[in-house]
Design a protein around this ligand. Structure first.
Ligand SMILES: [Zn+2]
Ligand SMILES: [Zn+2]
Length: 191
């Protein structure tokens, strides 16, 4: 019987490599091969990026202590750092973005936009970040919908298989037929 749950590999969307777990894929995507989960520091006046959110946390806790102290702890969570992502669309592939309407997400976007304004006001950067947020959130919605559909299909497939007669029943049935047809006519008469 096919196991629908364990034969799934985690494929990298940036190269042909495949991994056994999502964690392995994550470690690969953040590695120097891709560096696609990087985040900006939203407070440093010059552009500063970090490969891991934990590194951004360490940096902010020491360098931007005053700012961080005014914000909820979850502000620099993996989910909320989607709004500081250099590639939000890639980031959202592995990390679920913090809910768009939540207050920490709104604060993150506001702080990020303030940071962009300070970057010698680069409208292209601002537009790219906004587009990235939109694409990242949209791709997540699509993935959820596809996931639901896939689940439904698997369920239907399993149900269809359950309805089919088991092999044992089929074997007994086919043996009866072949034995009866192979049996010479007189065999019936002797009984
Ligand atoms: Zn790759
Ligand atoms: Zn900084």
């Amino acid at each position: 019987m096919i196991n629908y749950f364990t034969d799934k590999m985690e494929k990298c969307w940036l190269c042909p490599k495949e991994f056994n777990s999502r964690t392995d894929l994550y470690n690969h995507v953040i590695s120097k091969e891709h560096r696609r989960q990087s985040v900006y520091c939203p407070w440093c006046p010059t552009e500063k990026t970090f490969t891991r959110v934990t590194d951004l946390n360490k940096h902010c806790n020491s360098r931007h202590f005053v700012e961080v102290n005014c914000l909820p702890k979850m502000f620099l969570s993996l989910n909320n750092c989607f709004y500081f992502a250099v590639y939000p669309q890639d980031y959202a592939r592995l990390i679920k973005p913090q809910l768009f309407e939540s207050s920490i997400a709104m604060d993150a976007r506001r702080i990020m936009m303030q940071w962009v304004e300070k970057q010698h006001f680069n409208p292209a950067l601002r537009d790219n970040i906004r587009k990235g947020w939109k694409a990242g959130l949209q791709s997540r919605i699509n993935e959820l919908e596809n996931g639901k559909e896939e689940k439904e299909n698997k369920k239907r497939k399993r149900e269809a298989e359950e309805v089919k007669p088991s092999t044992e029943v089929k074997e007994i049935y086919s043996n009866t037929i072949t034995n009866d047809t192979k049996r010479p006519k007189h065999a019936f008469q002797t009984k």
